[in-house]
Design a protein around this ligand. Structure first.
Ligand code: SF4
Ligand code: SF4
Length: 357
């Protein structure tokens, strides 16, 4: 227990009374343990406690996976595609604002694409906080373990994209567990980004020529090889129409619609010899239909052509007139009466059409 009296602190160690020379022996034991321990080889420094010395640079400590020094950018080993999409999240998160990004554009359209044209980090002002790596939604920027950055060239610490780029395999070698946690999502997002980039954009600079050469080689091989047999188009699933079937159906519907719009133009069935009473009835039906169409066309509602309801009424009248004409044509009628009925129906249909337009 410590008892404080003014500025004097009295320590009560409660260890009993030491015999003469006992304290000296205890101190010597500590020295002895350290001296003996110095001959023991131990590569795992994390198991060594307390202060110790290693023979740097011949001997180096194995760093923890989460150790962070300076940020670097990742690209896919196989395709050379950079994971960065130039979303600026890291630049916004950086406290000393040492990240500078220029987004790439599609050379054909001039539109922005999810890739960086240039990416600069001022290493001399970076404080290794790791906030950029935390903020990156694409796992494109990670904290490196490399710490031998001393230089007398300050401008050399202005790291450009070409200096920052590292393959994913490099990060896997220094932080395998951390990469395993995010690998699946990161590679999935990369595939999504690649789809929205032109071929030549977003590829690690030193690999672009190599990858372009590989693409040329593949294209030449494909051109030299005989064309593969064209696979049959997959059958449309049950309940769904193939594009060809859809087009055919649409054409049939259009034809039917066109035919329905001009029913009166259709040639009537050849009329048989009719009695005078039947011919009279047919003529009367045609006149009634024509009158009905005219009435519908002249009604106040039909005078507002833009309204869909009026169009409907006019169309209905035309259809009625056409039906009446058809009925008259199908009914046994004298050739002269039949002609008159047809003419009346055509006139009625035309009047209705004109009004609806
Ligand atoms: S580690 Fe920190 S200071 Fe350095 S670039 Fe990233 S956010 Fe900025
Ligand atoms: S490194 Fe990440 S956060 Fe920064 S711009 Fe690229 S994708 Fe966005």
């Amino acid at each position: 227990m410590d008892i404080q009296r003014g500025n004097i602190i009295v320590m009560d160690r409660r260890r009993g009374t030491l015999r003469a020379g006992q304290g000296l022996l205890q101190g010597l034991k500590v020295v002895w343990d350290h001296w003996v321990g110095s001959f023991r080889k131990n590569d795992n420094f994390s198991q060594i406690h307390g202060t110790f010395t290693i023979e740097y640079p011949d001997e180096r400590m194995k760093l923890p996976q989460a150790y962070r020094n300076m940020p670097v950018l990742l690209y896919d080993d196989e395709t050379g595609q950079e994971l960065c999409t130039a979303c600026y999240q890291c630049a916004r998160a950086c406290p000393p604002e040492v990240i500078h990004i220029t987004q790439a554009k599609d050379p054909n359209t001039g539109k922005m694409v999810p890739a960086s044209l240039e990416f600069i980090i001022e290493y001399d002002a970076c404080m290794s906080c790791g906030l950029c790596a935390e903020a990156c939604p694409f796992d494109a920027i990670k904290m490196d373990h490399f710490y031998e950055l001393s230089t007398d060239n300050r401008m050399g610490l202005m790291q450009r994209k070409a200096d920052l780029n590292r393959p994913v395999s490099y990060y896997t070698s220094i932080a395998p567990d951390l990469w395993d946690e995010v690998k699946e999502g990161a590679m999935k997002k990369l595939q999504g980004s690649i789809k929205r980039r032109p071929d030549v954009i977003g590829i690690a600079g030193h690999l672009s020529e190599k990858i372009a050469a590989r693409r040329r080689q593949l294209a030449a091989e494909a051109a030299a090889s005989p064309p593969a047999p064209v696979a049959a188009a997959p059958a449309a699933p049950a309940g769904k129409l193939s594009p060809e079937e859809k087009a055919a159906k649409l054409a049939a519907m259009r034809a039917a619609k066109a035919g329905g719009a001009e029913p009166a133009a259709e040639a009537p069935a050849p009329a048989a010899e009719l009695s005078p009473a039947d011919a009279k009835a047919a003529k009367l039906a045609a006149i009634k239909a024509a009158n009905a169409a005219k009435k519908a066309a002249e009604s106040p509602a039909a005078e507002v052509p833009a309204a869909p309801l009026d169009e409907k009424a006019a169309k209905l009248a035309a259809i009625r007139a056409a039906n009446a004409a058809k009925a008259a044509a199908e009914a046994p009628a004298a050739p002269l009466d039949e002609k008159a009925a047809k003419l009346a129906a055509i006139r009625a249909a035309n009047a209705a059409k004109k009004k609806s337009e």
